[in-house]
Design a binder for this molecule. Sequence first.
Ligand SMILES: O=C[C@H](O)COP(=O)(O)O
Length: 249
Amino acid sequence: MRKPIIAGNWKMHKTSSETREFIQELLNNFTGLDDVEVVVCPPFTSLEGASTLLKGSNIKLGAQNVHYEKSGAFTGEIAPDMLKDLGVDYCIIGHSERRQYFGETDETVNKKVKAVLEVGIIPIMCVGETLSERENGETESVCKRQVVEGLKGLTAEEIKKVVIAYEPVWAIGTGKSATKEDADETIGFIRKVIEEIAGKEVADAIRIQYGGSVKPENITSYMEMPQIDGALVGGASLQVKSFLEIAKF
Ligand SMILES: O=C[C@H](O)COP(=O)(O)O
């Protein structure tokens, strides 16, 4: 039985004080959510404040990116240990915005996945096709490449810990969500790819989220699908009310 995971990716939103207000309000209203893992992923600057408030709660903390080296002359970058030290549990890796705007490649995704696992942080590895790739019938080949390359060199035990977020790029922030059937089919395909590289036990255990215009109005339909284990939520995770409605699907 896979525990559903609802993660809020705040992207470049909220100052430290706005984060503290949000977390406090979230904690005040956080009840009856034992069967779902809830993760908030604020910007780096808000992690410490969020971590302090979240201590002792069931809500997990995630970062949105990381560097793969342990330390060194990499101005402006953040190492896995620095996140671990702040109490970070999860790290989003390979989000399409990082692939599109910041030169993230399958190779750097793979290095980052390995680097965070090494310090005990769980990667949320994002994959998904662009609109033109979808129109060219390349959804499966793109997802397969991103999954295989992103998990290259990992043991089956390591792969089991990873969370994969399937986010069709054309559905991110556009209000155009994938149908539950399409999302379920592609996530089922990704699970088959996992089976090919790590075996059935791992494929049955690994959690795969859907992401792309998830809202309180459509979360239930995704969560009733057999292959979908949760959601990576952007816009709708920025208000406590809508985020909690999603987490309570
Ligand atoms: O990481 C989250 C995704 O990019 C989805 O963003 P969205 O819910 O605003 O479409």
